[in-house]
Design a protein around this ligand. Sequence first.
Ligand SMILES: Nc1ncnc2c1ncn2[C@@H]1O[C@H](COP(=O)(O)OP(=O)(O)OP(=O)(O)O)[C@@H](O)[C@H]1O
Ligand SMILES: N[C@@H](CCO)C(=O)O
Length: 320
Amino acid sequence: MAVFTAVGLGELTQWIKQFPLGNALALRGIASGIENSNFFLTTERGEYVLTIFENLGFDQLPFYLNLMNHLALRGIPVPAPVANDRGELVVPLQGKPAAIVSKLDGSSQMDPQPAHCAAVGAMLAKMHVAGSDFPMQQSNLRGLDWWNETTPAVLPYLDDADAHLLRAEMHFQQAFHGCAHYAALPRGPIHADLFRNNVMFVGEQLTGFFDFYFAGCDTWLFDVAVTVNDWCIDPDSGVIDRARARAMLDAYHAERPFTHDEQASWQPMLRAAALRFWLSRLYDFHLPREAEMLTPHDPTHFERILRERLATPAPELFHE
Ligand SMILES: Nc1ncnc2c1ncn2[C@@H]1O[C@H](COP(=O)(O)OP(=O)(O)OP(=O)(O)O)[C@@H](O)[C@H]1O
Ligand SMILES: N[C@@H](CCO)C(=O)O
């Protein structure tokens, strides 16, 4: 149950008055999710999601909420934050930061077909373009600097083969992040965690991207690689499913054409995206936070994906 902070409807009676939403009529805890306390909130104005942030602070949150607001205003289907009567999107509740956002229709598509992957690819490209004039800056907090910090913390828990893989991949990624192709990659705000459980569908209609709490400024190609590594694979082996990957990449390319530097960086970036989640899962598995209450995700899934990306050439980003 992912409600770490208990809140009752009674407590919201006064608090909700700062928002233009009328009275709170119902509040229901949401079971899934491992980061925050989430509730479906019914008010006189409609259905919303109330999130109480368990780990993120008042310093980082304005970037995420303002980015969602920016994208929503440009027609990207993301939860639209509701501002209070002082124009604030992040407001304390029980001493923790909290936000109210619009509720998206639909549910996650955990068995995606090429049509779903095409819809995600097209919307991801539209989101990148829509975010390109977003004025706030916050780096991807799970980027290379974080990998450099985290690698020595998890290495003692790995057997020789895995430790060798991690060290070798870190060397490779440090060199890749310093190369000319990498420097030339287009960049801007990215979602950085666009897994199947962070997208809503009604049938084949994409109804929203959500959970922007790992977003940051980074290369657009990293976002594409994270997304392909979750949506377009055989879940047991990590092997890329060519039909789904082609559908996603072609749909993205039709909205925002990939560049030649991106083509040259594609395989290293798929490895970077696998490494990012292998590391975070290793960290959560071996060094769980004190307040963590749920079973961490399996790190070996991304170790398998990384080994597979090292072994097998990926489908081309686009046909030259
Ligand atoms: N705006 C929204 N509209 C509809 N449902 C939502 C919305 N935001 C969250 N949810 C629902 O709440 C669930 C948990 O949300 P979310 O994934 O953001 O939680 P989290 O704690 O950040 O978890 P994790 O980091 O594991 O993804 C989602 O799976 C979804 O069902
Ligand atoms: N998508 C991440 C969890 C954090 O949202 C993972 O699967 O490791």
